[in-house]
Ligand binder design. Structure first.
Ligand code: ATP
Length: 282
């Protein structure tokens, strides 16, 4: 696979973002509001993409709640090789690196902007990712520093915004949309999490206002990438380090993540064609 994603270095002093050799697409996953299930979405999306045959990496840049290692079932410190290169952990065919691995336990990572910027750079440039089709970045909720550091470091193919259908979550999701717009990151689409809850007797409960995210997507002329039900077994799978997508595309719980994964793949193809940066001979 080619690795000349976007904006090859021009020589001279290089201030702008530079494509990472070997990494085809960098996709950020954001939400306006915290706790809407962005990390659960990132982890399951990464696993679904890997099961669909893609080479996938996942950066947990959620400084406020770095939960990726727990959900991926591994919390050991990564090893360092050669010239200070970090070997990412790997679970379920997904390579990952997390701010949670550099500040393990319950201690919060207290950092100023420049250090944060340094860490983001390090996670992108100093980790032995190898060749990847997708590098997903699980952002902290809200708008802010991490996104700025990210776009200054590497060109993004686009961003996925996760929300519930509730008016307050969508209010914050719109801020995330605006932020991506301001930093010139294409929004690939919106995903609704915790959409509906199906009770064992077949009753469907609308907990967070199912359908709100589709309506917002339409309003902003953005793609709707799919929805995932509110399901206790999804929570449980995350807590146990056995995410729902491991069940595969035919599993009732996992299927929704595969639908989102396929929609993301389609949008990535579409957007990178529009961006016109990919030259692949063969
Ligand atoms: N579809 C779902 N059904 C049931 N529980 C879910 C679902 N999605 C996420 N959860 C649970 O909701 C909680 C919050 O999810 P998660 O940590 O993924 O959110 P987040 O948006 O990344 O949070 P933050 O970024 O604020 O730390 C977790 O306990 C997770 O297991």
């Amino acid at each position: 696979m080619g690795h000349m994603g976007h904006g090859a270095p021009q020589g001279g002093q290089q201030q702008g973002p530079q494509a990472l050799p070997g990494i085809e697409h960098v996709v950020a996953i954001g939400s306006g509001k915290g706790g809407v299930g962005k990390t659960t979405m990132s982890v399951n999306l990464a696993i679904a993409l890997a099961k669909l045959g893609k080479r996938v990496g996942l950066v947990d840049a959620d400084i406020y709640g770095p939960n990726v290692p727990t959900m991926m079932g591994q919390t050991r410190q990564p090893s360092i090789v050669g010239d200070n290169r970090i070997v990412p952990l790997e679970s379920f065919g997904v390579k990952f690196m997390s701010v949670g691995l550099i500040s393990p336990g319950d201690k919060p990572l207290v950092m100023r902007g420049p250090m944060l910027h340094q860490i983001i750079r390090q996670f992108l440039q100093q980790v032995e990712w190898g060749e990847l089709d997708y590098l997903l970045i699980d952002l902290p909720p809200g708008t802010g520093d991490v996104v700025i550091s990210l776009v200054q470091t590497v060109p993004l193919t686009g961003a996925v915004v996760v929300s519930t259908g509730s008016a307050v979550a969508l209010q914050d999701a719109r801020k995330a949309l605006e932020m991506f717009h301001q930093v010139n990151v294409e929004v690939l689409g919106l995903v609704e999490n915790m959409s509906q809850m199906r009770l064992p007797d077949g009753t469907v409960l609308d907990v967070f206002g199912a359908g709100g995210t589709v309506a917002t997507a339409r309003q902003y002329n953005l793609e709707f990438l799919g929805s995932v039900d509110l399901d206790p077994s999804i929570r449980e799978g995350g807590d146990r380090g056995m995410p729902a997508a491991l069940g595969g595309e035919d599993d009732a719980r996992g299927a929704a993540y595969f639908q989102v994964a396929r929609a993301v793949m389609d949008r990535v193809d579409e957007v990178s064609e529009e961006q016109g940066g990919v030259f692949e001979v063969l």
